[in-house]
Design a protein around this ligand. Structure first.
Ligand code: PLP
Length: 255
């Protein structure tokens, strides 16, 4: 089970295991965690949360995740994907590793692909209680981290200050793009990722095509909105310049 919209790979990855993917749509204020708890049945094995969420950028705090844990029955694992954690305000984003230390239903997955810039080197890790890791261990030889990836990850861990500085710079650019889009009349919630989520509903496809005409590739998801990744300042300027030529609500109505 997962919230929606969320990382588009979740339904595919869940189905690959032979399980059934159940999507719980967000409410108007973001993830509907009470709805998630209500949707759980005896057949539910895992609830997947992406925090910060891809594509919405929503950041869940410790209290919200703890509340979900309180509401989940004991047989359900809570898997939290923290792929974008380092781009979020450290005071706002949930301390899920802390929760995992006291609750063996919590599983945390992290990747070096985003904040550490090692996309393609296939380095990541999972933190969970022994009862969760033990059954996974026999399959780990099939997902070995390549030697190059190991070397890069070790070097990246030695450069933590630089990584944090770069993530702060990306977050500042992300917020600048959000402010620019808000000033143009777009509906853009705060984001803790390295992207912003532009809520355009039925206008999403038109916005994707509008930006494509300016040579900018962005992705719409399920006709709900458009995810715009944060690039270097000139690329972000190009997004804002192109967006200025698009009317987010041509008939004067919200999407
Ligand atoms: C939410 C989320 N989780 C996980 C990943 C996968 O990262 P990796 O490169 O480690 O497979 C991505 C990549 O786009 C992502 O957006």
């Amino acid at each position: 089970m997962h919230t929606a919209p969320s990382f588009a790979m979740y339904p595919l990855l869940i189905r690959n295991t032979g399980a059934t993917a159940v999507a719980v749509p967000d409410g108007p204020d973001g993830s509907d965690l009470a709805g998630v708890a209500k949707a759980v049945t005896d057949d539910t094995r895992v609830v997947v949360l992406c925090n910060p969420d891809n594509p919405t950028g929503e950041v869940l705090g410790t209290a919200a995740v703890q509340q979900l844990l309180d509401d989940l029955p004991p047989h359900v694992l809570l898997l939290v994907d923290e792929a974008y954690r380092e781009f979020a305000d450290p005071d706002a984003v949930a301390d899920v590793l802390g929760l995992a230390a006291h609750d063996d239903r919590v599983v945390v997955v992290r990747t070096f692909s985003k904040s550490h810039g090692l996309l393609g080197l296939r380095v990541g890790y999972l933190v969970a209680a022994e009862r969760v890791t033990a059954p996974i261990r026999p399959s780990t030889p099939f997902y070995r981290v390549p030697t190059l990836g190991q070397a890069a990850a070790l070097a990246a861990m030695d450069a933590e200050d630089r990584m944090r500085e770069q993530c702060r710079a990306v977050a500042a650019e992300r917020d600048r793009v959000r402010d620019g889009l808000l000033a143009l009349g777009f509906d853009v919630p705060p984001s803790g990722g390295n992207f912003v989520w532009v809520r355009l509903g039925g206008r999403s496809r038109a916005f994707v095509e509008h930006l494509a005409a300016a040579g900018i590739a962005v992705r719409d998801q399920d006709g709900l909105g458009v995810r715009v990744s944060t690039g270097l300042p000139p690329a972000n300027d190009a997004v804002l310049a192109a967006a200025a030529g698009f009317d987010p609500a041509p008939d004067g109505t919200a999407p």
